[in-house]
Design a protein around this ligand. Sequence first.
Ligand code: SF4
Length: 336
Amino acid sequence: MLHDALLYDELENKVVQCNLCSHRCRIKDGARGICRVRENRNGKLFTLVYGNLIAEHVDPIEKKPLYHFLPGTKSYSIATPGCNFRCEWCQNWQISQMPRIMEMPQSKRIKPEDIVKAAQMSSCESIAYTYTEPTIFFEYSLDTAKLAKETGLKNVYVTNGFMTTEMLEMIEPYLDGANVDIKAFRDETYHRLMGGRLEPVLESCRKIKSLGIWLEITTLIVPGVNDDPEELKALAQFIHDDLGPETPWHLSRFYPQYKMMDRGPTEESILKETKAMGEMLGLHYIYLGNVLAGNTTICKECGQILIRRDGYATRLSGLDGEGRCLNCGTALDGIF
Ligand code: SF4
Protein backbone atom coordinates (compact mmCIF):
# COMPACT_ATOMS: atom_id res chain seq x y z
CA MET A 1 0.00 0.00 0.00
CA LEU A 2 1.34 3.43 -0.94
CA HIS A 3 1.55 6.39 1.39
CA ASP A 4 2.64 9.92 0.48
CA ALA A 5 6.31 10.54 1.22
CA LEU A 6 7.66 13.63 2.93
CA LEU A 7 10.87 15.54 2.26
CA TYR A 8 11.43 15.34 -1.46
CA ASP A 9 11.81 17.74 -4.38
CA GLU A 10 10.08 17.44 -7.73
CA LEU A 11 12.59 17.92 -10.54
CA GLU A 12 12.21 18.00 -14.32
CA ASN A 13 10.80 15.11 -16.37
CA LYS A 14 8.99 13.58 -13.38
CA VAL A 15 12.29 12.90 -11.58
CA VAL A 16 12.22 13.40 -7.79
CA GLN A 17 15.03 13.87 -5.27
CA CYS A 18 14.47 12.24 -1.90
CA ASN A 19 15.92 14.29 0.98
CA LEU A 20 15.29 11.84 3.78
CA CYS A 21 18.80 10.44 3.99
CA SER A 22 22.20 11.58 2.80
CA HIS A 23 22.07 9.41 -0.31
CA ARG A 24 19.66 12.06 -1.64
CA CYS A 25 18.58 9.66 -4.38
CA ARG A 26 17.38 11.08 -7.68
CA ILE A 27 14.61 8.72 -8.69
CA LYS A 28 13.05 8.42 -12.15
CA ASP A 29 9.36 7.79 -12.74
CA GLY A 30 8.61 4.14 -11.87
CA ALA A 31 11.89 3.57 -10.02
CA ARG A 32 12.85 3.17 -6.34
CA GLY A 33 15.62 4.68 -4.21
CA ILE A 34 18.66 2.86 -2.83
CA CYS A 35 16.64 1.69 0.20
CA ARG A 36 14.09 0.10 -2.20
CA VAL A 37 11.16 1.28 -0.08
CA ARG A 38 10.48 4.69 -1.70
CA GLU A 39 9.03 4.76 -5.18
CA ASN A 40 8.41 7.46 -7.78
CA ARG A 41 4.97 7.19 -9.34
CA ASN A 42 4.27 9.74 -12.01
CA GLY A 43 6.56 12.36 -10.48
CA LYS A 44 5.39 11.91 -6.87
CA LEU A 45 7.29 10.02 -4.18
CA PHE A 46 5.62 7.35 -2.04
CA THR A 47 6.73 5.16 0.82
CA LEU A 48 5.99 1.44 0.51
CA VAL A 49 6.42 0.59 4.19
CA TYR A 50 3.95 2.81 6.05
CA GLY A 51 2.32 0.55 8.65
CA ASN A 52 4.04 -2.49 7.23
CA LEU A 53 5.32 -3.89 10.52
CA ILE A 54 7.87 -6.67 10.26
CA ALA A 55 8.92 -6.73 13.93
CA GLU A 56 7.16 -5.72 17.15
CA HIS A 57 8.50 -6.59 20.63
CA VAL A 58 8.58 -5.36 24.20
CA ASP A 59 12.26 -4.88 25.08
CA PRO A 60 14.19 -3.52 28.02
CA ILE A 61 15.41 -0.04 27.06
CA GLU A 62 18.90 -1.33 27.88
CA LYS A 63 18.66 -3.62 24.84
CA LYS A 64 18.65 -0.66 22.39
CA PRO A 65 21.22 0.00 24.01
CA LEU A 66 20.24 3.11 25.98
CA TYR A 67 21.69 3.05 29.50
CA HIS A 68 20.97 6.64 30.58
CA PHE A 69 17.40 6.87 29.33
CA LEU A 70 14.65 5.82 31.77
CA PRO A 71 16.80 2.90 33.01
CA GLY A 72 14.98 -0.26 33.99
CA THR A 73 11.90 0.53 31.85
CA LYS A 74 10.38 -1.25 28.84
CA SER A 75 10.30 0.10 25.32
CA TYR A 76 7.79 -0.93 22.64
CA SER A 77 10.08 -1.73 19.73
CA ILE A 78 8.99 -1.71 16.09
CA ALA A 79 10.44 -1.99 12.59
CA THR A 80 9.37 -2.12 8.97
CA PRO A 81 11.47 -3.83 6.24
CA GLY A 82 14.43 -2.08 4.63
CA CYS A 83 17.59 -0.08 5.17
CA ASN A 84 19.63 2.55 3.36
CA PHE A 85 22.85 0.65 4.25
CA ARG A 86 23.97 -2.90 3.44
CA CYS A 87 26.41 -3.74 6.25
CA GLU A 88 28.09 -7.10 5.71
CA TRP A 89 27.71 -8.03 9.41
CA CYS A 90 24.07 -6.95 9.83
CA GLN A 91 22.43 -9.05 12.55
CA ASN A 92 18.93 -8.22 11.25
CA TRP A 93 19.72 -8.68 7.57
CA GLN A 94 16.65 -10.88 6.94
CA ILE A 95 14.41 -7.83 7.53
CA SER A 96 16.79 -4.94 6.79
CA GLN A 97 17.78 -6.29 3.36
CA MET A 98 14.40 -7.86 2.56
CA PRO A 99 13.35 -5.26 -0.07
CA ARG A 100 16.58 -6.00 -1.98
CA ILE A 101 16.01 -9.77 -1.91
CA MET A 102 12.27 -10.29 -2.41
CA GLU A 103 8.89 -8.59 -2.67
CA MET A 104 7.88 -7.35 0.77
CA PRO A 105 4.99 -9.04 2.56
CA GLN A 106 2.03 -6.65 2.71
CA SER A 107 -0.19 -8.52 5.15
CA LYS A 108 0.38 -6.68 8.43
CA ARG A 109 -0.91 -3.09 8.28
CA ILE A 110 -0.79 -1.54 11.72
CA LYS A 111 -1.97 2.02 12.36
CA PRO A 112 0.10 4.39 14.54
CA GLU A 113 -2.70 4.52 17.12
CA ASP A 114 -2.56 0.73 17.46
CA ILE A 115 1.17 0.89 18.21
CA VAL A 116 0.59 3.51 20.89
CA LYS A 117 -2.24 1.46 22.44
CA ALA A 118 -0.10 -1.68 22.44
CA ALA A 119 2.75 0.22 24.11
CA GLN A 120 0.43 1.46 26.83
CA MET A 121 -1.11 -1.99 27.34
CA SER A 122 2.35 -3.48 27.85
CA SER A 123 3.36 -0.81 30.40
CA CYS A 124 6.11 0.57 28.20
CA GLU A 125 7.37 4.08 28.84
CA SER A 126 8.70 4.63 25.33
CA ILE A 127 8.45 3.51 21.72
CA ALA A 128 11.70 2.50 20.02
CA TYR A 129 12.07 2.68 16.23
CA THR A 130 14.72 0.04 15.84
CA TYR A 131 15.94 -3.33 14.40
CA THR A 132 16.01 -1.84 10.87
CA GLU A 133 16.71 1.81 10.00
CA PRO A 134 13.99 4.20 11.24
CA THR A 135 15.00 6.83 8.67
CA ILE A 136 13.48 4.74 5.90
CA PHE A 137 10.14 4.46 7.73
CA PHE A 138 10.19 8.11 8.69
CA GLU A 139 6.55 8.98 7.88
CA TYR A 140 5.27 6.07 9.95
CA SER A 141 7.61 6.81 12.86
CA LEU A 142 6.70 10.52 12.78
CA ASP A 143 2.94 9.88 12.95
CA THR A 144 3.43 7.28 15.69
CA ALA A 145 5.79 9.52 17.66
CA LYS A 146 3.32 12.43 17.55
CA LEU A 147 0.53 10.29 19.00
CA ALA A 148 2.87 8.71 21.54
CA LYS A 149 3.97 12.12 22.77
CA GLU A 150 0.36 13.16 23.34
CA THR A 151 -0.12 10.21 25.68
CA GLY A 152 3.09 10.84 27.65
CA LEU A 153 5.18 8.12 26.00
CA LYS A 154 8.71 8.97 24.93
CA ASN A 155 10.26 8.12 21.54
CA VAL A 156 13.73 6.83 20.70
CA TYR A 157 15.54 6.08 17.45
CA VAL A 158 18.17 3.39 17.07
CA THR A 159 19.84 4.49 13.89
CA ASN A 160 22.84 4.49 11.59
CA GLY A 161 22.72 8.31 11.65
CA PHE A 162 22.66 8.70 7.86
CA MET A 163 19.53 10.87 7.85
CA THR A 164 19.56 14.51 6.70
CA THR A 165 19.40 17.47 9.04
CA GLU A 166 16.00 18.34 7.49
CA MET A 167 14.67 15.04 8.73
CA LEU A 168 16.10 15.52 12.21
CA GLU A 169 14.56 18.95 12.46
CA MET A 170 11.16 17.52 11.54
CA ILE A 171 11.23 14.69 14.10
CA GLU A 172 12.92 16.73 16.86
CA PRO A 173 9.76 17.93 18.68
CA TYR A 174 8.77 14.28 19.24
CA LEU A 175 12.11 12.50 19.60
CA ASP A 176 13.53 12.18 23.11
CA GLY A 177 16.53 9.91 22.64
CA ALA A 178 18.72 8.25 20.04
CA ASN A 179 21.41 5.66 19.85
CA VAL A 180 23.56 6.23 16.79
CA ASP A 181 25.88 3.55 15.45
CA ILE A 182 29.23 4.98 14.46
CA LYS A 183 30.36 1.86 12.67
CA ALA A 184 33.90 2.95 11.79
CA PHE A 185 35.91 6.13 11.73
CA ARG A 186 37.14 5.79 8.13
CA ASP A 187 35.12 6.93 5.15
CA GLU A 188 36.58 4.12 3.04
CA THR A 189 35.11 1.51 5.40
CA TYR A 190 31.68 3.13 5.13
CA HIS A 191 31.93 3.07 1.33
CA ARG A 192 33.20 -0.46 0.94
CA LEU A 193 31.32 -2.44 3.59
CA MET A 194 28.13 -0.48 4.22
CA GLY A 195 27.33 1.58 1.15
CA GLY A 196 27.44 4.84 3.08
CA ARG A 197 29.71 7.73 4.09
CA LEU A 198 31.15 8.74 7.44
CA GLU A 199 30.77 12.52 7.54
CA PRO A 200 26.94 12.66 7.33
CA VAL A 201 26.80 10.28 10.32
CA LEU A 202 29.08 12.55 12.35
CA GLU A 203 27.03 15.56 11.31
CA SER A 204 23.83 13.84 12.49
CA CYS A 205 25.41 13.15 15.87
CA ARG A 206 26.35 16.81 16.26
CA LYS A 207 22.87 17.86 15.15
CA ILE A 208 21.08 15.47 17.53
CA LYS A 209 23.16 16.85 20.37
CA SER A 210 22.50 20.46 19.41
CA LEU A 211 18.75 19.80 19.22
CA GLY A 212 18.80 18.61 22.83
CA ILE A 213 17.89 14.99 22.05
CA TRP A 214 19.58 12.53 24.45
CA LEU A 215 22.34 10.73 22.55
CA GLU A 216 24.29 7.51 23.09
CA ILE A 217 26.78 6.03 20.63
CA THR A 218 27.39 2.38 19.75
CA THR A 219 30.40 0.91 17.96
CA LEU A 220 30.48 -2.76 17.03
CA ILE A 221 34.17 -3.60 16.97
CA VAL A 222 34.73 -5.95 14.04
CA PRO A 223 38.13 -7.67 13.79
CA GLY A 224 40.07 -6.41 10.78
CA VAL A 225 37.46 -3.73 9.99
CA ASN A 226 37.59 -1.06 12.68
CA ASP A 227 39.77 -2.48 15.49
CA ASP A 228 42.87 -0.40 14.76
CA PRO A 229 43.63 1.33 18.11
CA GLU A 230 44.45 4.60 16.33
CA GLU A 231 41.09 4.62 14.54
CA LEU A 232 39.24 3.88 17.79
CA LYS A 233 41.20 6.61 19.54
CA ALA A 234 40.20 9.14 16.87
CA LEU A 235 36.57 8.07 17.29
CA ALA A 236 36.76 8.45 21.09
CA GLN A 237 38.30 11.88 20.63
CA PHE A 238 35.44 12.89 18.32
CA ILE A 239 32.85 11.79 20.90
CA HIS A 240 34.69 13.70 23.62
CA ASP A 241 35.30 16.92 21.67
CA ASP A 242 32.20 17.18 19.46
CA LEU A 243 29.50 15.42 21.49
CA GLY A 244 30.77 15.84 25.04
CA PRO A 245 32.38 13.53 27.63
CA GLU A 246 28.93 12.79 29.11
CA THR A 247 27.92 10.92 25.92
CA PRO A 248 27.77 7.18 26.68
CA TRP A 249 29.77 4.95 24.31
CA HIS A 250 28.76 1.30 23.92
CA LEU A 251 31.52 -0.98 22.61
CA SER A 252 29.92 -4.10 21.23
CA ARG A 253 31.46 -7.49 20.61
CA PHE A 254 31.17 -8.80 17.04
CA TYR A 255 29.99 -12.36 16.33
CA PRO A 256 30.12 -13.81 12.79
CA GLN A 257 26.95 -12.82 10.91
CA TYR A 258 25.42 -12.64 7.44
CA LYS A 259 28.22 -12.12 4.86
CA MET A 260 30.97 -11.84 7.44
CA MET A 261 31.55 -15.44 8.51
CA ASP A 262 35.27 -15.43 7.75
CA ARG A 263 36.48 -14.26 11.17
CA GLY A 264 35.90 -15.03 14.82
CA PRO A 265 34.35 -12.89 17.56
CA THR A 266 36.12 -9.80 18.88
CA GLU A 267 38.66 -10.59 21.60
CA GLU A 268 37.33 -9.30 24.91
CA SER A 269 40.75 -7.83 25.61
CA ILE A 270 40.29 -5.40 22.68
CA LEU A 271 37.01 -4.17 24.13
CA LYS A 272 38.61 -3.69 27.54
CA GLU A 273 41.65 -1.88 26.10
CA THR A 274 39.38 0.42 24.08
CA LYS A 275 37.33 1.19 27.20
CA ALA A 276 40.50 2.05 29.12
CA MET A 277 41.69 4.26 26.25
CA GLY A 278 38.36 6.14 26.11
CA GLU A 279 38.37 6.67 29.87
CA MET A 280 41.93 8.04 29.64
CA LEU A 281 40.66 10.57 27.08
CA GLY A 282 37.99 11.67 29.55
CA LEU A 283 34.79 9.90 28.46
CA HIS A 284 32.67 9.31 31.58
CA TYR A 285 30.52 6.36 30.52
CA ILE A 286 31.83 3.47 28.43
CA TYR A 287 30.02 0.14 28.38
CA LEU A 288 30.76 -3.27 26.87
CA GLY A 289 28.04 -5.05 24.89
CA ASN A 290 27.58 -8.72 23.91
CA VAL A 291 29.83 -9.85 26.77
CA LEU A 292 28.93 -11.67 29.96
CA ALA A 293 30.31 -9.13 32.42
CA GLY A 294 27.76 -6.70 33.84
CA ASN A 295 28.11 -2.95 33.32
CA THR A 296 27.89 -0.48 36.16
CA THR A 297 27.37 3.28 35.98
CA ILE A 298 29.62 5.24 38.31
CA CYS A 299 29.11 8.81 39.53
CA LYS A 300 31.54 10.99 37.59
CA GLU A 301 32.12 13.14 40.70
CA CYS A 302 32.53 10.78 43.65
CA GLY A 303 32.85 7.27 42.13
CA GLN A 304 29.73 5.88 43.83
CA ILE A 305 28.05 3.02 41.95
CA LEU A 306 24.75 4.44 40.68
CA ILE A 307 23.33 1.68 38.45
CA ARG A 308 24.15 -2.04 38.50
CA ARG A 309 23.30 -4.22 35.51
CA ASP A 310 23.32 -7.97 35.16
CA GLY A 311 22.26 -8.86 31.63
CA TYR A 312 19.13 -6.76 31.19
CA ALA A 313 18.34 -6.71 34.92
CA THR A 314 18.92 -3.17 36.17
CA ARG A 315 19.18 -1.90 39.78
CA LEU A 316 19.29 1.83 40.41
CA SER A 317 20.99 1.31 43.75
CA GLY A 318 22.83 4.62 44.08
CA LEU A 319 20.31 7.09 42.61
CA ASP A 320 17.49 9.09 44.13
CA GLY A 321 14.12 9.44 42.35
CA GLU A 322 15.37 12.37 40.28
CA GLY A 323 18.52 10.71 38.98
CA ARG A 324 20.97 12.22 41.50
CA CYS A 325 23.81 10.42 43.24
CA LEU A 326 22.74 9.41 46.75
CA ASN A 327 26.27 10.07 48.00
CA CYS A 328 27.16 13.50 46.59
CA GLY A 329 23.96 14.76 44.93
CA THR A 330 25.48 15.10 41.43
CA ALA A 331 22.89 14.65 38.67
CA LEU A 332 23.60 11.65 36.44
CA ASP A 333 23.66 12.63 32.77
CA GLY A 334 20.62 11.34 30.92
CA ILE A 335 16.82 11.21 31.06
CA PHE A 336 15.33 9.91 34.32
S1 SF4 B 1 15.57 7.28 2.13
FE1 SF4 B 1 17.67 7.53 1.38
S2 SF4 B 1 18.05 5.66 0.20
FE2 SF4 B 1 15.84 5.82 0.43
S3 SF4 B 1 15.13 6.90 -1.40
FE3 SF4 B 1 15.46 8.45 0.19
S4 SF4 B 1 17.54 9.20 -0.14
FE4 SF4 B 1 17.35 7.23 -1.26
